[in-house]
Design a protein around this ligand. Structure first.
Ligand SMILES: [Zn+2]
Length: 454
C-alpha cells in the first residue's frame, strides 16, 4: 500500500484507516479573491494525483476541500472596487472552478464554504472558552497556544522559539505573542455574524477545523496543504482540535513550493503567473507532467524552459500512441509479462511516498521500449505496452488517445477503399472515406494504402 511522509512524525508510513478501503482527505482550499496562480496549481495537482492514484489502487477517497469566502483580502478587493464582498467571492470562485476544469482537476467530493459554517465555528470557540483554552480581549477571542499539548508539532518549533519569533500587531491585545485569534470583532464596514462575545467574524484557522471534522469525522485519515500552511495555519488548526479533545487528522501531507526563475513564487515579488496565462501557452497536461517530474515535497521550478521540456516529452508519448493506434494488441504471455513488469515498477515507485519522478521515468523507459519493439516489427507487443502506458498515465490524470481496436467492419471498409483506389474508382473511395469519417476515424492516404486513426 501507499506509504506517505507524515509531517507530524517525520516518518514515511502507511495511512491508518478507520474503515478498510476508505480515505478521508481534507485539503485546504483557496481564498477566493483573485485568479489561481501556478503555485495553487501545483498544490491542487498534487492532491488530484494523490486522489487518482488512491482510486486507481482501489480506495474510495472522500476528498473535501474548502472555499474561504470571507477574508480580509476579499473585503479589501471589494472595497477597492466598490462591490460587495459576496460578489467578489462568487465571481472568483466561478473563475477558480473554470480554471481547475481546464487543468483537468477532479472536483472535490465536497466543497464547503466557510460562511456556511460560522455557527459551528462559534460553538467550537465557546467550547474552547469553557475548557479554559481561550479568552476574550477588546478586539476578539484568542487561543492560549501554550496550554495546548505539543503546540507546534507540525512545524517542529518549541514554544520558546515561536515566542521569540512572534510579532504582536498594534491592534492585538494578546496575553502571549504566540496566541492566535479565533474570533475578530467587527471593524466598521465589515461583514459580521452574531456571537456571544459580540458581532464579528471567525479567524481563518478555525474554519478548517470545523469543516474537516463536520464532513470527514473524528480522526480522519489525511490532511493536506502546501508547506507554507504548516505554520501558522495547520499548527493552529491542530491546536484548536486537540484543545477540545479531538485526535484530528491521523496523517499530515505538505507539498513543496513553486519557484519562478529560482525565487519563491510570490505576488509581492511580481513573478505572479496565473494558471490561465500558463494555459494560453501550453496544454494543461504539460503542467501536470512538469508537476509529476518533481517529487511533491521538493521545490518546483516553473519557467518557459521547464514547461517546454515537459510539452516536448508529452509529444513523445502522443507519437507512440498515435503510431500504434489501431494495431492488433497481443494478449500472449510475453506481452502480459511486459505490461505487468511496467505496472509493478510504476506501483512500487508511487507507493514509495508518491515518487512520481521515478514512476514517470518508468513510463518513458517503456515508451522507448515500445518504439524499439515496433521498429523490430513486434507491433502487437508494442501495442500491448502502449495500452498499459495509456492506463498508467490515466491513473495520473494524463489522458492520451487510447489505442482502439479496429473492428472487422472498419477493417473491411479500409480494404474496400484500397481496392477501389487500386481500380481508380475515386467516387467509391471518397464515399468510403466519408463513411469512415462518420464513424469517427481520421483517414490518411499513405504509400501503403489507407491509414486510419482517431
Ligand atoms: Zn485550512
Amino acid at each position: 500500500m501507499l506509504q506517505l511522509f507524515d509531517t507530524a512524525s517525520q516518518i514515511t508510513k502507511e495511512l491508518s484507516l478507520r474503515k478498510p478501503g476508505v480515505v478521508g482527505l481534507y485539503v485546504c482550499g483557496p481564498t477566493v479573491y483573485g485568479p489561481a496562480h501556478v503555485g495553487h496549481g501545483r498544490a491542487v495537482l498534487t492532491y488530484d494525483i494523490l486522489r487518482r492514484y488512491l482510486e486507481f489502487s482501489g480506495f474510495e477517497v472522500q476528498h473535501v476541500s474548502n472555499i474561504t469566502d470571507i477574508d480580509d483580502k476579499i473585503i479589501l478587493r471589494a472595497n477597492a472596487e466598490g462591490r460587495s464582498w459576496q460578489e467578489v467571492a462568487r465571481e472568483c470562485e466561478e473563475e477558480w472552478w473554470a480554471t481547475m476544469d481546464a487543468m483537468g482537476v477532479l472536483r472535490p467530493v465536497e466543497q464547503p464554504h466557510a460562511t456556511a459554517y460560522v455557527e459551528q465555528m462559534v460553538e467550537l470557540i465557546e467550547h474552547l472558552i469553557e475548557r479554559g483554552f481561550a479568552y476574550q480581549t477588546v478586539d476578539g477571542v484568542y487561543l492560549k497556544a501554550a496550554l495546548v499539548p505539543d503546540y507546534g508539532l507540525l512545524s517542529h518549533q518549541s514554544i520558546e522559539d515561536r515566542r521569540s519569533g512572534a510579532r504582536v500587531e498594534m491592534d492585538e491585545h494578546k496575553e502571549d505573542p504566540i496566541d492566535f485569534v479565533l474570533w475578530k470583532f467587527a471593524k466598521p464596514g465589515e461583514p459580521t455574524w452574531p456571537s456571544p462575545w459580540g458581532a464579528g467574524r471567525p479567524g481563518w484557522h478555525t474554519e478548517c477545523v470545523v469543516m474537516s471534522l463536520a464532513l470527514l469525522g473524528e480522526g480522519f485519515e489525511l490532511h493536506g496543504g502546501g508547506q507554507d500552511l504548516i505554520f501558522p495555519h495547520h499548527d493552529n488548526e491542530r491546536a484548536q482540535a486537540v484543545a477540545v479533545g479531538s485526535r484530528f487528522a491521523r496523517h499530515w501531507m505538505h507539498n513543496g513550493m513553486v519557484t519562478v526563475a529560482g525565487e519563491k513564487m510570490s505576488k509581492s515579488l511580481n513573478n505572479f503567473t496565473t494558471l490561465n496565462e500558463l494555459l494560453e501557452h501550453t496544454d494543461a497536461r504539460s503542467y501536470r507532467l512538469l508537476v509529476l517530474r518533481a517529487h511533491y515535497r521538493s521545490p518546483l521550478e516553473v519557467n518557459a524552459t521547464t514547461i517546454e521540456a515537459s510539452a516536448a516529452a508529452l509529444t513523445r508519448i502522443d507519437a507512440l500512441i498515435r503510431r500504434l493506434d489501431g494495431s492488433e494488441v497481443s494478449r500472449g504471455e510475453i506481452a502480459t509479462a511486459l505490461s505487468t513488469e511496467l505496472r509493478d515498477r510504476f506501483v512500487a515507485a508511487m507507493d514509495n511516498d508518491l515518487d512520481t519522478p521515478a514512476a514517470v521515468a518508468e513510463i518513458f523507459e517503456a515508451v522507448r521500449r515500445a518504439n524499439s519493439l515496433a521498429d523490430a516489427g513486434d507491433v502487437s507487443l508494442a501495442a500491448r505496452l502502449s495500452e498499459e502506458i495509456a492506463t498508467l498515465l490515466g491513473a495520473l490524470g494524463i489522458e492520451v488517445h487510447q489505442a482502439r481496436k479496429i473492428d472487422d467492419e472498419v477493417r473491411s471498409l479500409v480494404e474496400q477503399r484500397d481496392s477501389a483506389r487500386g481500380n481508380r474508382d475515386y467516387s467509391t473511395s471518397d464515399k468510403i472515406r466519408e463513411e469512415l469519417e462518420n464513424l469517427g476515424w481520421v483517414v490518411e492516404d499513405t504509400a501503403e494504402g489507407t491509414r486510419i486513426h482517431r
